[in-house]
Design a protein around this ligand. Structure first.
Ligand SMILES: Nc1ncnc2c1ncn2[C@@H]1O[C@H](COP(=O)(O)OP(=O)(O)OP(=O)(O)O)[C@@H](O)[C@H]1O
Ligand SMILES: [Mg+2]
Length: 220
């Protein structure tokens, strides 16, 4: 709890990444945004590139908007929306619509500057190509261009120790600051309690909160 409030006091935004695609970044981000709103913080959502959705209301952005009750205009939440459920670099190629870092920075700044705190969701895991033609953009280039630190969302179950430790090492190696970990689908059985402990031990990071299966709030 303290960590998230501290973040909103000290910084203008945070980047939510995960140990992989489909790990629950959007699910957890929605609960984070809901939490901030309940704390009286004017929170916004932004995702640079969304693949696999026809419209913004049907996308990650629409989900977060509904769950957290955000009043933010749809078109400020996303810079690039692609129908194809493939990596942004491929979706952009298929649609002949190259992703521009300058547009992402400008769109993010517009959201950031009109809200107290912005939660930025990444596409996929931390290794995600955004543009790969004569110009090359990988997801961490966006994190750096937006000058954000990151939170890692991970599943609480089997395999998570490896996934969090390798993701955290990769991110640290790029010189990007990590604020902590959010453990999704946490039921707190013997193995999961040990996962929680071992992640903190092996990464030196803190688990900021957990989210239960079908959870409606972050648990601190
Ligand atoms: N704690 C949870 N309880 C119930 N369902 C969950 C939970 N976390 C995630 N899910 C479900 O798992 C699926 C994947 O989650 P989500 O869309 O949040 O992943 P993601 O990491 O944002 O994926 P992407 O990489 O596509 O953005 C969704 O159907 C979501 O509703
Ligand atoms: Mg998502």
């Amino acid at each position: 709890m303290a960590k998230l409030l501290e973040l909103a006091k000290e910084k203008k935004g945070v980047f939510i990444t995960g140990t992989g695609t489909d790990i629950g970044k959007t699910y957890v981000t929605a609960l984070m945004a809901k939490y901030y709103k309940e704390q009286g913080i004017d929170v916004a959502y932004y995702k640079a590139a969304i693949s696999g959705a026809d419209t913004i209301p049907e996308s990650d952005a629409g989900y977060v908007k509904r769950i957290a009750g955000l009043e933010q205009p749809d078109d400020s939440m996303v810079s690039y929306l692609f129908r194809e459920a493939v990596s942004p670099h491929l979706a952009a190629k298929i649609n002949n619509r190259p992703i521009e870092l300058d547009k992402i920075v400008a769109d993010y700044k517009a959201v950031r500057d009109s809200h107290e705190f912005t939660v930025v969701e990444g596409s996929g895991g931390i290794v995600c190509p955004i543009r790969y033609d004569e110009e090359k953009i990988l997801l961490p280039d966006i994190v750096k261009a937006l000058r954000l630190s990151v939170i890692i969302v991970a599943d609480a179950g089997l395999g998570t120790i490896h996934n969090v430790v390798t993701t955290a090492a990769y991110i640290k190696n790029l010189g990007i600051e990590i604020e902590g970990v959010l453990l999704n689908n946490y039921i707190g059985d013997l193995m999961q309690k040990d996962n929680y402990y071992m992640i903190e031990e092996l990464t030196g990071l803190k688990v900021i909160a957990t989210v239960a299966p079908k959870g409606e709030t972050l648990i601190f």
